[in-house]
Ligand binder design. Structure first.
Ligand SMILES: NC(=O)c1ccc[n+]([C@@H]2O[C@H](COP(=O)([O-])OP(=O)(O)OC[C@H]3O[C@@H](n4cnc5c(N)ncnc54)[C@H](OP(=O)(O)O)[C@@H]3O)[C@@H](O)[C@H]2O)c1
Length: 256
Protein backbone atom coordinates (compact mmCIF):
# COMPACT_ATOMS: atom_id res chain seq x y z
CA UNK A 1 0.00 0.00 0.00
CA UNK A 2 1.31 3.42 -0.90
CA UNK A 3 1.43 5.58 2.22
CA UNK A 4 3.30 8.50 0.70
CA UNK A 5 1.16 11.61 0.68
CA UNK A 6 0.50 13.32 -2.63
CA UNK A 7 2.34 16.35 -1.36
CA UNK A 8 5.66 14.57 -1.99
CA UNK A 9 4.95 14.00 -5.66
CA UNK A 10 6.28 16.35 -8.26
CA UNK A 11 4.32 19.46 -9.08
CA UNK A 12 5.36 22.74 -10.63
CA UNK A 13 4.67 24.88 -7.58
CA UNK A 14 7.26 23.76 -5.07
CA UNK A 15 10.63 22.08 -4.82
CA UNK A 16 11.68 18.95 -2.93
CA UNK A 17 14.63 19.11 -0.55
CA UNK A 18 16.42 16.27 1.22
CA UNK A 19 18.16 17.33 4.41
CA UNK A 20 20.55 14.68 5.80
CA UNK A 21 21.21 15.39 9.49
CA UNK A 22 18.14 17.42 10.39
CA UNK A 23 17.69 16.89 14.13
CA UNK A 24 19.21 20.15 15.37
CA UNK A 25 21.33 23.17 14.47
CA UNK A 26 21.65 24.10 10.81
CA UNK A 27 19.82 21.00 9.53
CA UNK A 28 16.77 21.62 11.72
CA UNK A 29 16.72 25.26 10.60
CA UNK A 30 16.62 24.15 6.94
CA UNK A 31 13.52 22.11 7.73
CA UNK A 32 11.84 24.99 9.56
CA UNK A 33 12.46 27.49 6.78
CA UNK A 34 11.50 25.07 4.02
CA UNK A 35 8.25 24.27 5.79
CA UNK A 36 7.51 27.98 6.11
CA UNK A 37 8.16 28.37 2.37
CA UNK A 38 5.75 25.53 1.54
CA UNK A 39 8.42 23.27 0.01
CA UNK A 40 8.43 19.46 0.25
CA UNK A 41 11.02 17.96 2.56
CA UNK A 42 12.61 14.60 3.25
CA UNK A 43 14.49 14.98 6.52
CA UNK A 44 16.74 12.42 8.16
CA UNK A 45 17.68 11.89 11.77
CA UNK A 46 19.70 9.05 13.19
CA UNK A 47 17.51 8.33 16.19
CA UNK A 48 13.81 8.62 15.67
CA UNK A 49 13.02 9.21 19.31
CA UNK A 50 15.99 11.34 20.29
CA UNK A 51 14.82 14.11 22.60
CA UNK A 52 16.77 16.76 20.67
CA UNK A 53 14.86 15.83 17.50
CA UNK A 54 11.50 16.41 19.14
CA UNK A 55 11.18 19.93 17.72
CA UNK A 56 11.47 18.55 14.22
CA UNK A 57 8.99 15.77 14.80
CA UNK A 58 6.60 18.37 16.20
CA UNK A 59 6.98 20.55 13.12
CA UNK A 60 6.57 17.61 10.78
CA UNK A 61 3.50 16.28 12.48
CA UNK A 62 1.73 19.58 12.13
CA UNK A 63 1.91 19.79 8.38
CA UNK A 64 0.09 16.79 6.91
CA UNK A 65 3.15 14.98 5.67
CA UNK A 66 4.81 17.79 3.75
CA UNK A 67 7.93 16.82 5.70
CA UNK A 68 8.70 13.09 5.59
CA UNK A 69 11.05 11.71 8.21
CA UNK A 70 13.55 8.89 7.71
CA UNK A 71 16.41 7.39 9.65
CA UNK A 72 19.94 7.71 8.25
CA UNK A 73 23.14 7.34 10.24
CA UNK A 74 26.04 8.34 7.99
CA UNK A 75 28.41 6.27 10.14
CA UNK A 76 26.71 3.13 8.85
CA UNK A 77 26.75 2.02 5.21
CA UNK A 78 23.83 -0.28 5.99
CA UNK A 79 21.80 2.67 7.28
CA UNK A 80 22.65 4.81 4.22
CA UNK A 81 21.72 1.99 1.81
CA UNK A 82 18.47 1.27 3.64
CA UNK A 83 17.49 4.95 3.59
CA UNK A 84 18.25 5.36 -0.13
CA UNK A 85 16.30 2.22 -0.95
CA UNK A 86 13.33 3.46 1.09
CA UNK A 87 13.12 6.78 -0.75
CA UNK A 88 13.82 5.07 -4.10
CA UNK A 89 10.49 3.31 -3.61
CA UNK A 90 8.58 6.63 -3.64
CA UNK A 91 6.93 6.77 -7.07
CA UNK A 92 7.89 9.75 -9.26
CA UNK A 93 10.16 11.21 -6.62
CA UNK A 94 12.51 13.86 -7.90
CA UNK A 95 14.75 15.76 -5.51
CA UNK A 96 15.66 19.30 -6.44
CA UNK A 97 18.17 19.90 -3.64
CA UNK A 98 20.04 17.51 -1.37
CA UNK A 99 21.80 19.09 1.63
CA UNK A 100 24.27 16.71 3.28
CA UNK A 101 24.60 18.51 6.58
CA UNK A 102 25.52 15.80 9.12
CA UNK A 103 28.80 16.50 10.84
CA UNK A 104 30.66 16.22 14.13
CA UNK A 105 33.31 18.08 16.07
CA UNK A 106 34.68 16.38 19.16
CA UNK A 107 36.70 19.22 20.61
CA UNK A 108 39.62 19.20 21.16
CA UNK A 109 41.08 16.86 18.53
CA UNK A 110 44.75 17.84 18.22
CA UNK A 111 47.10 15.99 15.84
CA UNK A 112 49.64 15.67 18.65
CA UNK A 113 47.12 14.12 21.06
CA UNK A 114 44.13 12.53 19.35
CA UNK A 115 43.57 8.81 19.37
CA UNK A 116 43.30 6.63 16.30
CA UNK A 117 39.60 6.22 17.12
CA UNK A 118 38.97 9.97 17.45
CA UNK A 119 40.56 10.71 14.10
CA UNK A 120 38.69 7.85 12.42
CA UNK A 121 35.39 9.04 13.95
CA UNK A 122 35.77 12.50 12.35
CA UNK A 123 36.79 11.05 8.99
CA UNK A 124 33.96 8.51 9.01
CA UNK A 125 31.27 11.04 9.94
CA UNK A 126 32.46 14.16 8.09
CA UNK A 127 34.08 12.69 4.98
CA UNK A 128 33.24 9.08 4.19
CA UNK A 129 29.59 9.09 5.32
CA UNK A 130 28.62 12.23 3.36
CA UNK A 131 30.39 11.09 0.18
CA UNK A 132 28.93 7.58 0.30
CA UNK A 133 25.46 9.03 0.97
CA UNK A 134 25.78 11.20 -2.15
CA UNK A 135 27.19 8.26 -4.13
CA UNK A 136 24.26 5.99 -3.22
CA UNK A 137 21.77 8.73 -4.12
CA UNK A 138 23.51 9.28 -7.47
CA UNK A 139 23.43 5.53 -8.14
CA UNK A 140 19.68 5.42 -7.48
CA UNK A 141 17.09 6.15 -10.15
CA UNK A 142 16.01 9.35 -8.36
CA UNK A 143 16.58 12.46 -10.50
CA UNK A 144 18.61 14.92 -8.42
CA UNK A 145 19.20 18.57 -9.25
CA UNK A 146 21.86 19.72 -6.79
CA UNK A 147 23.85 18.10 -4.00
CA UNK A 148 25.20 20.50 -1.38
CA UNK A 149 27.82 19.37 1.13
CA UNK A 150 28.15 21.28 4.40
CA UNK A 151 31.88 21.85 4.45
CA UNK A 152 33.37 24.79 6.34
CA UNK A 153 36.17 27.29 6.54
CA UNK A 154 38.22 24.85 8.66
CA UNK A 155 38.55 22.59 5.60
CA UNK A 156 40.20 25.17 3.37
CA UNK A 157 43.83 24.38 2.50
CA UNK A 158 44.33 27.76 0.83
CA UNK A 159 43.11 29.70 3.86
CA UNK A 160 44.64 27.67 6.69
CA UNK A 161 43.24 28.68 10.10
CA UNK A 162 46.33 28.37 12.26
CA UNK A 163 44.61 29.69 15.40
CA UNK A 164 42.11 26.79 15.44
CA UNK A 165 43.83 24.88 18.22
CA UNK A 166 42.06 21.56 18.82
CA UNK A 167 40.51 21.34 15.35
CA UNK A 168 42.99 19.03 13.59
CA UNK A 169 40.78 15.98 13.04
CA UNK A 170 37.74 18.10 12.18
CA UNK A 171 39.67 20.32 9.74
CA UNK A 172 41.39 17.34 8.12
CA UNK A 173 38.03 15.61 7.66
CA UNK A 174 36.53 18.70 5.97
CA UNK A 175 39.64 19.16 3.78
CA UNK A 176 39.33 15.52 2.69
CA UNK A 177 35.61 16.06 2.09
CA UNK A 178 36.45 19.06 -0.10
CA UNK A 179 38.81 17.03 -2.27
CA UNK A 180 36.29 14.21 -2.67
CA UNK A 181 33.61 16.79 -3.59
CA UNK A 182 35.82 18.20 -6.35
CA UNK A 183 36.46 14.73 -7.71
CA UNK A 184 32.75 13.91 -7.57
CA UNK A 185 31.94 17.02 -9.61
CA UNK A 186 34.67 16.22 -12.15
CA UNK A 187 33.53 12.59 -12.47
CA UNK A 188 29.92 13.65 -13.08
CA UNK A 189 31.02 16.15 -15.73
CA UNK A 190 32.90 13.35 -17.53
CA UNK A 191 29.71 11.26 -17.43
CA UNK A 192 27.58 14.15 -18.76
CA UNK A 193 25.56 13.97 -15.56
CA UNK A 194 23.94 17.35 -14.89
CA UNK A 195 23.68 17.02 -11.11
CA UNK A 196 25.29 20.12 -9.59
CA UNK A 197 27.78 19.50 -6.77
CA UNK A 198 28.48 22.35 -4.32
CA UNK A 199 30.42 22.86 -1.08
CA UNK A 200 29.18 25.46 1.43
CA UNK A 201 30.67 27.34 4.34
CA UNK A 202 27.64 28.21 6.50
CA UNK A 203 29.42 30.96 8.48
CA UNK A 204 30.23 30.84 12.19
CA UNK A 205 26.80 29.69 13.29
CA UNK A 206 25.46 29.62 16.84
CA UNK A 207 24.71 25.90 17.27
CA UNK A 208 25.78 23.11 19.63
CA UNK A 209 28.86 22.60 17.47
CA UNK A 210 29.85 26.24 17.78
CA UNK A 211 29.42 26.21 21.56
CA UNK A 212 32.38 24.01 22.42
CA UNK A 213 34.21 26.67 24.45
CA UNK A 214 37.16 27.54 22.25
CA UNK A 215 39.84 29.70 23.85
CA UNK A 216 39.89 32.38 21.14
CA UNK A 217 37.35 35.03 20.24
CA UNK A 218 35.09 33.88 17.39
CA UNK A 219 34.10 36.91 15.36
CA UNK A 220 30.92 37.37 13.34
CA UNK A 221 28.83 34.59 14.88
CA UNK A 222 25.43 34.45 13.16
CA UNK A 223 22.14 32.75 13.92
CA UNK A 224 21.06 29.52 12.18
CA UNK A 225 18.15 31.58 10.75
CA UNK A 226 20.49 34.01 8.95
CA UNK A 227 22.89 31.29 7.80
CA UNK A 228 20.19 29.06 6.33
CA UNK A 229 18.11 31.77 4.71
CA UNK A 230 21.21 33.12 2.94
CA UNK A 231 22.48 29.63 2.03
CA UNK A 232 19.15 28.75 0.41
CA UNK A 233 19.48 31.78 -1.86
CA UNK A 234 23.09 30.88 -2.70
CA UNK A 235 22.20 27.23 -3.41
CA UNK A 236 19.28 28.15 -5.66
CA UNK A 237 21.37 30.64 -7.62
CA UNK A 238 23.85 28.01 -8.88
CA UNK A 239 23.75 26.21 -12.21
CA UNK A 240 25.73 23.36 -13.77
CA UNK A 241 28.55 25.78 -14.61
CA UNK A 242 29.13 26.12 -10.85
CA UNK A 243 29.44 22.40 -10.15
CA UNK A 244 32.58 21.69 -8.13
CA UNK A 245 32.73 25.10 -6.45
CA UNK A 246 32.85 26.24 -2.80
CA UNK A 247 30.69 29.14 -1.52
CA UNK A 248 30.07 31.09 1.66
CA UNK A 249 26.58 31.79 2.99
CA UNK A 250 27.18 35.34 1.72
CA UNK A 251 27.64 34.07 -1.84
CA UNK A 252 31.39 34.63 -1.92
CA UNK A 253 33.56 31.96 -3.57
CA UNK A 254 35.66 30.29 -0.87
CA UNK A 255 39.21 29.11 -1.66
CA UNK A 256 39.65 25.33 -1.54
N1 LIG B 1 28.13 25.78 13.32
C1 LIG B 1 29.13 26.25 12.60
O1 LIG B 1 29.64 27.36 12.88
C2 LIG B 1 29.65 25.49 11.41
C3 LIG B 1 30.72 26.04 10.69
C4 LIG B 1 31.21 25.37 9.58
C5 LIG B 1 30.64 24.16 9.19
N2 LIG B 1 29.61 23.63 9.92
C6 LIG B 1 29.07 22.35 9.48
O2 LIG B 1 27.65 22.45 9.37
C7 LIG B 1 27.04 21.17 9.63
C8 LIG B 1 25.96 21.31 10.70
O3 LIG B 1 26.58 21.80 11.87
P1 LIG B 1 25.78 22.36 13.14
O4 LIG B 1 26.52 23.56 13.58
O5 LIG B 1 24.34 22.43 12.85
O6 LIG B 1 26.11 21.18 14.18
P2 LIG B 1 25.23 20.47 15.30
O7 LIG B 1 24.29 21.44 15.90
O8 LIG B 1 26.23 19.77 16.16
O9 LIG B 1 24.37 19.41 14.45
C9 LIG B 1 25.02 18.35 13.79
C10 LIG B 1 23.98 17.52 13.08
O10 LIG B 1 24.65 16.42 12.43
C11 LIG B 1 23.97 15.21 12.82
N3 LIG B 1 24.86 14.06 12.85
C12 LIG B 1 25.98 13.87 13.55
N4 LIG B 1 26.48 12.65 13.35
C13 LIG B 1 25.63 12.03 12.47
C14 LIG B 1 25.59 10.76 11.88
N5 LIG B 1 26.51 9.82 12.16
N6 LIG B 1 24.59 10.47 11.02
C15 LIG B 1 23.63 11.39 10.75
N7 LIG B 1 23.61 12.62 11.31
C16 LIG B 1 24.60 12.93 12.15
C17 LIG B 1 23.47 15.52 14.23
O11 LIG B 1 22.49 14.55 14.58
P3 LIG B 1 22.27 14.11 16.15
O12 LIG B 1 21.32 15.13 16.73
O13 LIG B 1 21.70 12.74 16.05
O14 LIG B 1 23.60 14.15 16.82
C18 LIG B 1 22.94 16.92 14.03
O15 LIG B 1 21.67 16.93 13.41
C19 LIG B 1 28.18 20.24 10.04
O16 LIG B 1 28.60 19.47 8.93
C20 LIG B 1 29.29 21.21 10.45
O17 LIG B 1 30.57 20.64 10.32
C21 LIG B 1 29.11 24.26 11.02
Amino acid sequence: MNLIPDVLYADQESTTWLIVGASRGIGLEFVKQLMARGERIIATVREQWASHASALWGEAGNDHGRCQMYICDVLSEESIVKFVSQISAIPNLKIDYVVINAGVLRYPCRSTEMSFEEFAFHLHTNTIGPIITAQKLLQSQIPIGTIVFMSGDSGSQAQFREMEDGFAAYAASKAALNMAIRHMAAELKRKDDDTIILAMHPGEVNTDMQNVGVTWQVHGVITPEESVSKMMDVIQSKGIQHSGTFWTYENQPYPW
